[in-house]
Write a protein that binds this ligand. Structure first.
Ligand code: GUN
Ligand code: ZN
Length: 481
């Protein structure tokens, strides 16, 4: 297999892993900066010195360029761009989505990508607009799938081919596309046509289509999110199981005088100071950055540094098992991101299957934390507890001998036996002063326990402050002070 992926650490559906492309290996999650040969604000060589292991460029631009076509065919991309890492090429599908047509066929672009020695080739998929109707989405998906099949037929199962997942805004089409791409044997799967969603901040829709595609793909597939690269949304995307990103944002934003941060972008004229640790920001004042003759390049450098640092932070969070905390933090920077985050939390049951067993800690960060995978998984385990016939669930007290079993209570998880006091998630879970949402969620745990232990009698002992919630969730259970 020319392309293979190995996951080393995971958190939620996110992973840190190794992507092998031919003889080269890169660490994931990874950002592939977009290189435009006509406009290189930062050179591939400089990017490599910043830790970039892979980049993406558009084969269509090379194939249509009087200046570059011959050179690319004669020298190969690596020499032309002076970059010996992984180079992925896109086909021209982006032009297709913007201009409606391209003067190249599927096999022509793939032959060209092979001949310029690209490491990862993308067929001519059709990026269906998210606002297309079902008929259009189905028709375009059929063409995409036929081109993917053609790519495998013509270039063989060992060719380093990407298999884009399309299907527009239709969940079942995204699922079908994910299954079909997997059945065709693709192990490198970009999720396509999501740029318009991100450009208009439709993160809820983004989460829906990405999760649909992801769940239909093989867990061993490397998942690329086409055109994503704003640092504020990368943690969310990794949590959904995306491994690679490509983005021209660093350069496009720089051209418009925009400064990226992990919690949004700013017009450089709006900034009173430069809240960043990168070398550009530490060696320039705002005024100097604004008026520098090479301001576009400096902004591009900063934008790239910020995005790469966010990728590193995400890798560390996956390693530690603190990705939910990072997603929570990032998604509070924009109301539409918060909508995307809440959509993700609605899918806890399916995300739980990917999530790891133990983590370094669980920090409660508000109501949203009640819907995390760890809470769901813990409560799913409650029916398996072996209990005597009279059971006390105590919110604050100690063991009482007149009961066969005493369980303690830790919101938002619920009841737990003393043996689990130190283990994950009960032990390493840090919560602030109890609030209604976490106590209610914990009571749902008691409810699951009661429903699965029909022969036991349960009594809850709690402070009067919580009695109303206990009764709302558990009905006419016996409550003691
Ligand atoms: N770049 C951004 N979105 C897409 C897509 O859907 N397909 C391809 N090939 N490139 C893209
Ligand atoms: Zn900076």
């Amino acid at each position: 297999m020319a392309i293979s992926f190995e996951s080393l650490d995971s958190d939620i559906a996110g992973r840190c892993g190794k992507l092998k492309v031919g003889k080269k290996t890169i660490k994931t999650p990874a950002l592939l900066p977009v290189i435009n040969p006509h406009l290189q604000l930062v050179t591939p060589k400089e990017m490599q010195s910043m830790g970039v292991e892979a980049l993406i460029t558009n084969a269509y631009i090379f194939s249509q360029s009087g200046q570059y076509r011959k050179k690319a065919l004669a020298e190969g991309l690596h020499r032309l761009l002076d970059f010996d890492g992984v180079i992925m090429t896109d086909s021209g599908s982006f032009q297709l989505s913007v201009y409606g047509e391209v003067s190249i066929t599927n096999t022509e672009t793939l032959t060209f990508q092979r001949d310029i020695e690209s490491d990862i080739w993308v067929p001519l998929d059709i990026p269906t607009s998210p606002d297309s109707d079902r008929k259009t989405a189905e028709r375009e998906l059929a063409v995409t799938m036929q081109r993917l099949a053609e790519a495998k037929e013509v270039f063989g199962s060992d060719a380093p081919l990407a298999g884009p997942v399309q299907g527009g805004s239709f969940i079942d089409l995204r699922e079908r596309a994910g299954r079909d791409v997997t059945d065709l044997g693709f192990s490198f799967c970009p999720i396509g046509a999501v740029v318009p969603l991100m450009e208009s901040y439709r993160y809820q829709d983004l989460v829906r289509v990405v999760l649909a595609a992801k769940q239909a793909l093989s867990p061993s597939a490397c998942v690329h999110l086409f055109g994503a690269g704003h640092p504020s949304m990368l943690a969310l995307a990794v949590a959904m199981g995306c491994d690679l990103f490509d983005s021209a944002a660093y350069a496009l934003y720089a051209k418009e005088g925009r400064y990226l941060t992990t919690h949004g972008s700013f017009k450089i004229d709006e900034l009173a100071d430069l809240p960043c640790a990168c070398t550009v920001c530490r060696t320039h004042t705002t005024e100097e950055l604004r008026t520098a003759p090479d301001r576009e390049r400096l902004l591009a450098l900063h934008n790239l540094y910020v995005t790469l640092a966010e990728i590193s932070r995400i890798r560390q969070a996956v390693f530690d098992g603190t990705l939910w905390e990072l997603v929570d933090e990032r998604c509070r920077s924009h109301p539409q991101l918060l909508s995307g985050y809440r959509e993700l939390l609605k899918n806890t049951a399916s995300l739980e299957k990917y999530d790891r067993v133990s983590k370094r800690r669980f920090f409660y960060r508000g109501d949203e934390s009640c819907y995390r995978t760890e809470v769901f998984r813990y409560q799913q385990m409650l029916p398996r507890l072996l209990l005597g016939s009279r059971v006390l669930v105590t919110f604050g007290g100690g063991i009482r001998e007149e009961f066969d079993d005493t369980l303690f209570f830790k919101p938002p998880f619920g009841p737990y036996p003393k043996e689990l006091r130190e283990t994950f998630p009960i032990g390493p879970c840090e919560i602030p002063e109890w609030d209604d949402a976490m106590v209610r969620k914990g009571c749902e745990g008691i409810k699951l326990l009661i429903e699965s232990h029909k022969d036991c009698q349960f009594i809850v002992s709690c402070n009067p402050r919580w009695e109303k919630i206990v009764r709302e969730v558990l009905g006419d259970i016996e409550v003691q002070q």
